[in-house]
Design a protein around this ligand. Structure first.
Ligand SMILES: [Zn+2]
Ligand SMILES: [Zn+2]
Length: 317
């Protein structure tokens, strides 16, 4: 099969597409940067010839991966604490699965909805421990002897005099604070469980571009959404991409070579990593980078990704 060179879009077409997009997005900004005071503003006054200062032909490599997130690490367990210690902990409620990348707390946490009371095993939920009263020996009464002198003979006699015990209020039993539950009757249990991480993050875009740009991430996300509207060349592996890159693009440079090599290394790492699955083929896109300047002297860049038939533009204007 002969090599097919993908046609890059015409520079004027790229510029026109950017202009229309910028106009739709922020007409006022465009007018401020390109308009002339007193004159009626129209898009025709913005010309590529005056705006584009330099153009570079570059390339971009795109593929998407699916990430399988490992479950939260740590031992799930049940904690039992005294009532007055329950508030020492911070609890969690999860309504939805959590994105692990956005979570920087512990991976196992106390769950609010798991808090339960359980009767103190030592006092059986009474809060005190009952014992025989040591003052009265358990019968609730104190018994004294009264000396009584009886009759003219003054016979000495001893009579029993009983009254309720003041230590146990006559009950014969004392209640001692249960040290286990501190009198709160219950102990409380709660579960420390795994944060429910989202297990699969699907379709994460990976973009490598030979253009020196700090907008790779944004472009990758745009491209990911619009992948069907952009024409590139698809490859099953980097070996064939490496071989076909130059004839496919119809141009080549040192940065493109470097980008293919580093994208290939990156791809290999994803292949080796069990947490990732590659979910698309490898796409090679022609990429045009235009260095621009507005009439007011503000610098910005326009990028196009794709062929003359199907391309998207990206700009930091
Ligand atoms: Zn007593
Ligand atoms: Zn107790």
């Amino acid at each position: 099969m002969p090599d097919v060179t993908i046609k890059t879009p015409n520079l004027d077409d790229i510029f026109e597409k950017w202009k229309q997009t910028a106009y739709r997005k922020d007409k006022k900004k465009l007018e401020k940067q390109f308009g002339t005071k007193g004159a009626v503003f129209s898009l025709d006054v913005i010309s590529a010839a005056e705006t584009v200062k330099d153009t570079m032909k570059e390339a971009a490599i795109y593929y998407a991966v699916q990430k399988t997130v490992a479950p939260a690490k740590g031992k799930e367990e049940e904690e039992t604490v005294r009532a007055d210690k329950v508030s020492k902990e911070t609890y969690f409620i999860f309504k939805n699965e959590v994105n692990k990348d956005e979570w920087d707390g512990d991976e196992i946490v106390p769950m609010y909805n798991s808090i339960k009371a359980k009767p103190c095993p030592k006092c059986k939920g009474k809060g005190y421990i009952e014992d025989k009263c040591s003052s009265c020996g358990g019968n609730g009464k104190i018994s004294d002897k009264l000396l009584v002198l009886e009759g003219e003979e003054m016979n000495k006699d001893k009579k029993v005099f009983e009254y309720p015990c003041g230590n146990c209020y006559g009950s014969g039993k004392t209640k001692d604070l249960c040290k286990e539950c501190n009198g709160h009757k219950n102990l409380y249990t709660y579960e420390i469980k795994a944060v429910p991480f989202k297990r699969v993050v699907s379709g994460m875009p990976v973009l490598h571009s030979s253009a020196k740009t700090k907008y790779e991430k944004e472009m990758g996300e745009d491209l990911h959404k619009l992948i069907d509207e952009v024409e590139g060349i698809r490859f099953d592996d980097f070996k064939s991409l490496d071989k076909k890159a130059e004839p496919s693009l119809g141009y080549y440079n040192k940065n493109i070579k470097k980008t293919i090599s580093s994208a290939g290394k990156d791809y290999k790492n994803y292949e080796k990593d069990d947490d990732y699955k590659l979910v698309t083929k490898i796409h090679l896109f022609p990429m045009i980078q235009m260095m621009c300047e507005t009439k007011k002297g503000k610098s910005f860049e326009i990028y196009s990704l794709g062929s003359d038939k199907k391309f998207i533009t990206y700009s930091n204007f």
